[in-house]
Design a protein around this ligand. Sequence first.
Ligand code: DX5
Ligand code: ZN
Length: 218
Amino acid sequence: MKVIAPSILSADFSRLGDEIKAVESAGADWIHADIMDGHFVPNITFGPMIVESVRRVTSLPIDVHLMIENPNDYIPAFAKVGASLISVQAEASIHLNRSVQLIRECSARPGVVLNPSTPVQTLEWIIDHVDYVLIMSVNPGFGGQAFIKNSLDKVRALRQLIQQKNLKTLIEIDGGVNEETITDIAAAGVDVFVAGSAIFGSRDYQTTINAFRQKIGA
Ligand code: DX5
Ligand code: ZN
């Protein structure tokens, strides 16, 4: 299964509903929502209220990426307004297993996120509790940054760990995904491709998503 998940961080927020409908009809599989608190990352975006608005205009899975401190305080609120998947940063949760348990208790699919310098080994005792692992291939906080090349080695190491443990964990990549980088990313073993500026910054969303699919063979 190969999933294309446009990140609305790069959408035109003055027309967010139209933008979401446009990427949905252009073939998006998930909608990626970047939640930032100005503490864990040097940027502030939006909260459950916006996710609730997104839920009203699409039936696609909403993939909520929490780049916030104290994520456990906000997991129920995002689940309540319709988050389908919720990922927490390994670096932001001192009780990561409890965060993952809480996401499941709130009937969302749990994921864990690794920042660029956080090793795959961090996942050793949590990977069999999550549905997906999100590999940050840029430093979190902003769209439009350059893909960090050694993320490919990290994806390969993660793919190996999943195979060793005989798991079905999905690998999601986030940051700097575009027509130039996506072929190598797919070859490294990624299942879910988050792209913000490459999609919302393009002239035609359908052409861009089709080009992505053509390059990843899906
Ligand atoms: C960055 C966010 C990413 C970002 C991706 O902190 O987590 O989802 O929106 O943006 P692009 O695809 O433009 O790198
Ligand atoms: Zn993200």
